[in-house]
Each structure stands twice: as structure tokens, then as C-alpha cells.
Design a protein around this ligand. Structure first.
Ligand SMILES: Nc1nc2c(c(=O)[nH]1)N[C@H]1C(S)=C(S)[C@@H](COP(=O)(O)OP(=O)(O)OC[C@H]3O[C@@H](n4cnc5c(=O)[nH]c(N)nc54)[C@H](O)[C@@H]3O)O[C@H]1N2
Ligand SMILES: Nc1nc2c(c(=O)[nH]1)N[C@H]1C(S)=C(S)[C@@H](COP(=O)(O)OP(=O)(O)OC[C@H]3O[C@@H](n4cnc5c(=O)[nH]c(N)nc54)[C@H](O)[C@@H]3O)O[C@H]1N2
Ligand code: SF4
Ligand SMILES: [Mo]
Length: 707
């Protein structure tokens, strides 16, 4: 054996690939071609030198023994997870042959792509396969997992604005963190909130769970899941009734105030108290303090949309800052998705021009029904290709997803880094690179910095980035559109509208030096984008009465593969209103289940890795002591959580961190690593919320019983 060549360690600038608002800037140490360490860039104003419990040991993910490093072909029965290694050539041949025969027999719509945000980079993320599948004529996959309902509601009210700069929160006097477990899911924003708190701001957390973030708050308001809309409407009632509005701001920069005032008249705190479980006096106090402590800021989490009235809830919350003039100063207003600030050249990746008009759309929440035939699709789905997603874990109606994927006549391709619960059902598994092995460029949905991810090491085994995967597939399918063969570097060049004012002074070249750059926007100390209105709505104002609502419910283009067209649905009431949770306690099911993110996993990613599993602990359900006692449940025992849709078995954690009537089971656990054959999405419904086809994960009733 010859000694390996030695060289000085180098440091490569990278960016965390995950679907997480923080998009951390990473520094990767490489020695002899091997990545030895990842750390947060101490210079980055948001990352501030730290990563998180998920990504601190990212090299263990990259070099994990569980990595899929070669193409695999199924040898055992479906779902057995038994595979043999094959060559890329054979894998591509088999895929091309099977896709062609499906197309010949049933047409291209019988092929359905299934994907989401396993990686978030512009090249390898959400739209990585769109051009390919659009050209193929495959079923259009609607991907409304995350913030789709919120985005519809938000844009209906204040337009696609970036909202408050998260770094401006240091200037806030009053901060409401609403349905967001920031310390677990948006960790790098917390220091800005904590700084405001040190400077005297009051921090309020509205959440059914007294989680890590709530424990740091000045005031935790436990609320019945799915009823936040009632709270927001009652806050507006109090603000208007008690004359706490900023009349000048309302007069100049809003439309529909009189109708709104009329609408909220009956939404009294007493009424809202019955819906929400929050005492009427607390609602009054919250409204008065929120209106009276300017600038006041609201940070909504994605979970705010996950119930039948989720859209209207966000409509109401989006009205609040304008009503009290919060937008006037830095640190005042609403924070949803700063993503809107980035001039991403979406069209260049979504390629709506390559779609065949009239191609059918199937929402991924219906995957189980689509595969089992319950949806009666014509043509039926005969082939699925999964990339950037683990639908067995993240989709509702898990039992149906599994039953569907077990179909012998279904041809399933999964591109993955690991043999996930979904990959186990594949006919062909294709090896995917991790972020250290690929080039990408990132927007953020939690701050105002663009970042470039340079490859730090060679691809492991025969793994390829998603970009290369779809180039290879296109070639093998004989698709010769040059749009399907762009190089990664060409894609970086196409990623942004570099001539946009937001990108002034930022280029691929400059990013290669610096790794990241703040969008060309005013500093966080000065940024008050709507101090004088200027909302990107049709009226240019905050629309209490929404003009877009007249056009009906819609899914914003981002969430539908390849399509950048608004697809209007039924007209929507232009004024915010209350839609109660669909599932109301009855004789059978009396516990409202919520399934927020795991602290140590990123959705289901890391759910198989030992360091993260140690931190996360066994899959569990948290239940209030009185609810537990009533059911004869003691802390630490295994329980069955069930409803008519399914059941899963977890350990009971008896704790008053949840209110009576609420149970909490984190999502992200792997089915194959759980007791029983299911996880929390076995009991969740496929039903949409009122706007944007959002999920209703928080609108779920169950019972819990000792096993
Ligand atoms: N550690 C970790 N971080 C993550 C992720 C992860 O899986 N793990 N995932 C990333 C992704 S994709 C996303 S979308 C974000 C999401 O991050 P968040 O927006 O924080 O979403 P969740 O953690 O799902 O839920 C947040 C909180 O909402 C509460 N909640 C649930 N239903 C309701 C309700 O009806 N009303 C109110 N008021 N509260 C409710 C839950 O109790 C939970 O504490 O996190 C990102 N960051
Ligand atoms: N009950 C319940 N269900 C939920 C949620 C909830 O809060 N509760 N949250 C919803 C939300 S907000 C979201 S965002 C979704 C998340 O759903 P997904 O985006 O499906 O998230 P993950 O479970 O992390 O699965 C991503 C998979 O992609 C793989 N992957 C990573 N990088 C690459 C790559 O470069 N190429 C390829 N081919 N694969 C890659 C990872 O290994 C991983 O297995 O889940 C949704 N489901
Ligand atoms: S998962 Fe989020 S917090 Fe963790 S390193 Fe990545 S961007 Fe940062
Ligand atoms: Mo998400």
C-alpha cells in the first residue's frame, strides 16, 4: 500500500441544503479529499458560527454506512428492501423501457413525479425535475405541503412582500411568535428575539404546546389547535372597539376598513374564548398590548395553516399589523417568508412553457388514494418517480400510501441518499449526492442572504446530483430539448435575475469569494418596507377586503410543478372570517392530535441516524396528566393512537406541557424504526384547508389507549 498523498486542509464555503428557514452558511474542512468537519460561518450575521443538532455532524451523514452509493434493483417482494447493485446504464435502460411502455399503453399522465424539498437549492431542489416531467407530459404534481395556504392568504392581503427583516426584530417592542417552535425550527432567529427581550420587549408565544420556545417567552398562551382565527378576529374586535387603531395608517394605506369593522363586530372576546380556550380577559390584554407597544411584530410558523380554516386564519393575522400601524418602523409588521425578497428566476426551472396544456394535476396529499385506485384516475398511475421526498413518512393517509406503493403493477423509481421507508418500496433506487458533493445556489425563507454552495468533495460512489439525474434520464428517453441539458454552471447563471436591484453588487464570481451576500436592501436598522404602504397588492395597500379573493381560491405557482399560472377555484369571501376545525370532539375521538417537527430531525431526514435519534428519543405522544389518568395511561408505557384512518404505537409522555384535550406526536420518525408498522401520518387526513390546498395535520381527532 502506498501512503495517501497529504496536503494542507482546505476550507470550502457551503450552505446548508435543508428545508429550514435558517439556510446556514457552512465552512467545510477538507483534508486529502475527505470532508473532516462542517461548522457555521462565524462571519455570517444570521448563522453566527453555529449550526444545529441536525447538521453539526453532517459529515456523518455524508459518510454514513447507510448511504445509497450505487443504483439498485429490487430482488425481493415489494417493500422488502432487498436489492441488488446494478450499473447506471442498466438502471437507466430499465427506467426508460418501463416509462416508454407505460406511455405507450396509458399515456404519459400515467407517470407521476413525487417530490418535495429534501434539498432546497435552486438547482437540485423543488423544481429539479420540472422541465423533464413537463416535457414528458407526466401528471402535474401539486406540492402544497408547506405554507401554500399561508401564501395564498398572505398574498391576498398584503401581497408577495418579504415582510419584516428577521434581524429587525431587535427593534420590536412586542413580539408574538404564533405557531412556531422557533428554538427547534428556526433556531438562528432566536438571538434576535432574545436581544429584543433584553431591550425590554415582551415575547408572547401562542401555541398548544409549552415547548422550548414557549419556555423562554414572557407569556405563553395555550390555544386549542385550529382556532387561531378566532383569536385574531377577536383581537381586531378589541382594537377597533377600543379605538386602538392607527387611523392615519388605516386611512392612507389600507382598503376595506369599514367592512372589516362591521365584520369583526360579532367576533367578541367572549365568543373567541369559547372557541380557543383562551380567557376573554387575556384576549383583551393581548390586543391592547399588541396595539399599544409599537413597533410590534408577529412571526407566524408554518403550522398556523394546518387546519380547515388555516387560510382565513392567516388572512386575519395579516390584517393586524396595518390596523395598528406596526409597519411604520423597523421591527414592526409580520414575518412569514422572506423568500419573496429573492429575485429567483423560477420560470427557468419550472418551465411552464414545456407543459402540455390541460395536463392533469394530482395533489400529493392524495398520493395514497391515487395509488390505491380510490381516486379513480384515468389513466391510473402506473409509474411514480420519487426524489427529494419521503412520502411514506410525510404524506397523510400513510396506510394508503403504503398499500399503493406495494402494488405489483406499479413501477417505482426512488432517487435517495438513504434507503428510506419510501425507497424500500422502489423497483429501482438511484444514488443521490449530499450537499458536500454538489454545486448549488440558495435563497432563504428565513433571512435576506443569498448563498452559494461549492462542492467540497467528489461524489461518493456513483451518486449524482438531481441535476445530473434528470440530464441522464432525458438523454436516455431521447428528449433533446437543450433546456434538459444545461450544465450546473449554466443553471447557476440562470438562477437569479442578476440585474434586479436586490442583486446589485452580487454575482457568481463575488459569491465564489464570499460564499454569501445580503440582498441589496436597506439595513435591518432601517428596513421598514411598508412604512408608507407600498404593498405589492393590486391596490398597493393592505387589503382588509381582498380584491384577489374575488378571483377565487388559488395555489401560488411555487407549489405546483412547472406551472406558473394561477388556477382560480371557488370565489372566496373578501373579508376575513372564522372557519372552525372540521373535526369536533365526539363520542369516539376526543383528543386533538398535532404533529409538529422533531427537534433533532429535519422532517424525516436524520430519523435514521444514531446521533440524532439519541437526542430525539423514542417516538412518543405527549398527553395531559388528566387525559392520561382517565384512560389508564402512565408515563413511559406504549400506547395506541388511533382513529378511523389508522393507528400508530408510541411511548406515552404524560405532561402538562400540552393542554387537556390536546396530544402531540412529532413527525419525522421512520416507520421501519418504529414499534408497529406506522407513524403519525397514519391518522392524518388528506383533506385540504380552505385556501391554497394546504394540509390539515392539526385538524385531527384521535383516541389514545394503552396497548
Ligand atoms: N428541528 C427541525 N427544524 C425544522 C424542521 C424539522 O423537521 N425539524 N422542518 C422545517 C420545515 S419544512 C418547516 S415547514 C418549519 C416549520 O416550523 P414551525 O413553523 O415551527 O412548525 P412546526 O414545528 O410544525 O409547528 C410549530 C408549532 O405550531 C404548533 N401548532 C400546531 N398546530 C397549531 C395550531 O393550530 N395553532 C397554533 N397556534 N399552534 C399550532 C405546534 O405545537 C408547534 O409547536 O421548520 C423547519 N425547521
Ligand atoms: N404530520 C405531519 N406531516 C408533515 C408535516 C408536519 O408538520 N406534520 N410537515 C410537512 C412539511 S412542512 C414538509 S416541508 C414536508 C417535508 O417532506 P419532505 O420534503 O419529503 O421531507 P423529508 O422527510 O426530509 O424527505 C426528503 C428526502 O429527500 C432526500 N434527499 C435529500 N437531498 C436529496 C437530493 O439532493 N436528492 C435526492 N434525490 N434526494 C434527496 C432525503 O434523504 C429525504 O429522505 O412534510 C410535511 N408532512
Ligand atoms: S437545518 Fe437549519 S439550523 Fe440546521 S444547519 Fe441547516 S439551516 Fe442551519
Ligand atoms: Mo415545511
Amino acid at each position: 500500500m502506498t501512503a495517501a498523498p497529504t496536503s494542507e486542509p482546505t476550507v470550502v464555503r457551503a450552505a446548508c441544503p435543508h428545508d429550514c428557514p435558517d439556510t446556514c452558511a457552512m465552512l467545510v474542512t477538507v483534508e486529502d479529499g475527505r470532508a473532516t468537519e462542517v461548522r457555521g460561518d462565524p462571519e455570517h450575521p444570521f448563522t453566527r458560527g453555529g449550526l444545529c443538532v441536525k447538521v453539526n455532524n453532517y459529515t456523518d451523514r455524508v459518510y454514513s454506512e447507510g448511504r445509497v452509493l450505487h443504483p439498485l434493483r429490487r430482488v425481493g417482494p415489494k417493500g422488502s428492501g432487498r436489492f441488488e447493485q446494478i450499473s447506471w446504464d442498466d438502471a437507466l435502460d430499465e427506467i426508460a423501457t418501463r416509462f416508454r411502455s407505460v406511455i405507450a399503453e396509458h399515456g404519459p399522465e400515467a407517470i407521476m413525479p413525487v417530490s418535495y424539498l429534501g434539498t432546497e437549492g435552486i438547482l437540485n431542489g423543488l423544481n429539479a425535475g420540472d422541465a423533464f416531467f413537463n416535457s414528458l407530459g407526466a401528471t402535474i404534481s401539486e406540492r402544497t405541503y408547506c405554507d401554500s395556504g399561508s401564501c395564498t392568504a398572505y398574498t391576498m392581503t398584503i401581497g408577495a412582500t418579504a415582510g419584516i427583516d428577521p434581524e429587525s426584530f431587535v427593534h420590536s417592542r412586542y413580539i408574538i411568535i404564533w405557531a412556531c417552535n422557533m428554538v427547534s425550527t428556526n433556531l438562528h432567529m432566536w438571538p434576535f428575539v432574545a436581544e429584543a427581550q433584553r431591550r425590554g420587549a415582551k415575547v408572547v408565544v401562542i401555541d398548544p404546546v409549552q415547548h422550548r420556545t414557549a419556555k423562554h417567552a414572557d407569556w405563553h398562551i395555550p390555544i386549542r389547535p385550529g382556532t387561531d382565527g378566532a383569536l385574531a378576529l377577536a383581537m381586531m374586535h378589541v382594537i377597533i372597539d377600543e379605538g386602538l387603531t392607527d387611523d392615519d395608517y388605516v386611512a392612507r394605506y389600507t382598503v376595506g376598513y369599514d367592512e372589516l369593522a362591521e365584520r369583526v363586530r360579532d367576533y367578541t372576546p367572549e365568543w373567541a374564548a369559547r372557541e380557543t380556550g383562551v380567557p376573554a380577559d387575556d384576549i383583551r390584554t393581548l390586543a391592547r398590548e399588541y396595539a399599544g407597544s409599537q413597533p410590534s411584530a408577529i412571526r407566524i410558523g408554518v403550522a398556523i395553516e394546518r387546519h380547515s380554516g388555516g387560510g382565513q386564519t392567516v388572512r386575519s393575522i395579516a390584517c393586524l399589523p396595518a390596523l395598528v400601524g406596526a409597519w411604520r418602523r423597523p421591527g414592526g409588521g409580520l414575518l412569514q417568508l422572506p423568500l419573496w425578497a429573492f429575485p429567483v428566476n423560477w420560470g427557468s426551472f419550472m418551465r411552464p412553457d414545456l407543459l402540455t396544456p390541460g395536463t392533469r394535476v394530482v395533489n400529493q396529499f392524495h398520493l395514497g388514494r391515487a395509488l390505491t385506485g380510490e381516486m379513480d384516475l384515468d389513466p391510473p398511475v402506473k409509474a411514480v418517480m420519487v426524489y427529494n421526498s419521503n412520502p411514506v413518512v410525510v404524506c397523510p393517509e400513510q396506510d394508503k400510501v403504503v398499500t399503493g406503493l406495494a402494488r405489483e403493477d406499479l413501477f417505482t423509481v426512488v432517487s435517495e441518499q438513504f434507503l428510506t421507508d419510501t425507497a424500500e418500496f422502489a423497483d429501482i433506487v438511484l444514488p443521490a449526492t449530499t450537499q458536500l458533493e454538489q454545486l448549488d445556489i440558495m435563497f432563504s425563507w428565513g433571512h435576506f442572504y443569498v448563498s452559494l454552495n461549492m462542492p467540497a468533495i467528489e461524489p461518493q460512489g456513483e451518486a449524482v446530483p438531481n441535476t445530473e439525474l434528470f440530464r441522464r434520464l432525458a438523454t436516455r428517453m431521447g428528449m433533446d430539448d437543450p433546456a434538459l441539458q444545461r450544465t450546473d454552471e449554466e443553471m447557476v447563471a440562470d438562477a437569479f435575475d442578476w440585474s434586479s436591484p436586490a442583486m446589485a453588487g452580487i454575482s457568481y464570481e463575488s459569491l465564489r469569494e464570499t460564499g454569501w451576500a445580503r440582498l441589496n436592501l436597506p439595513s435591518a436598522d432601517e428596513y421598514a418596507p411598508h412604512a408608507e404602504g407600498g404593498f405589492p397588492t393590486p391596490s398597493g395597500k393592505c387589503e382588509f377586503a381582498s380584491s384577489a379573493a374575488a378571483g377565487g381560491n388559488f395555489v401560488v405557482p411555487l407549489f405546483r410543478q412547472g406551472s406558473n399560472e394561477f388556477q382560480p377555484g371557488d370565489p372566496v369571501d373578501p373579508l376575513p372570517h372564522y372557519i372552525p376545525p372540521r373535526e369536533q370532539p365526539d363520542g369516539h375521538y376526543r383528543l386533538n392530535l398535532i404533529s409538529p417537527k422533531s427537534h433533532a430531525y429535519l422532517n424525516s431526514s436524520y430519523g435514521n441516524l444514531s446521533a440524532q435519534r439519541r437526542v430525539q428519543g423514542d417516538p412518543a405522544v405527549t398527553i395531559h396528566p388528566e387525559d392520561a389518568e382517565e384512560r389508564g395511561i402512565v408515563d413511559g408505557q406504549h400506547v395506541r393512537v388511533h382513529n378511523d384512518r389508522g393507528e400508530f404505537i408510541v411511548v406515552a409522555r404524560v405532561s402538562d406541557e400540552v393542554s387537556r384535550g390536546v396530544v402531540m406526536a412529532n413527525m419525522g420518525n421512520w416507520r421501519s424504526l418504529s414499534k408497529g408498522t406506522a407513524t403519525v401520518n397514519a391518522v392524518n387526513p388528506f383533506t385540504f384547508a380552505d385556501l391554497g390546498n394546504a394540509p390539515t395535520f392539526s385538524d385531527t381527532l384521535v383516541e389514545v389507549a394503552p396497548t
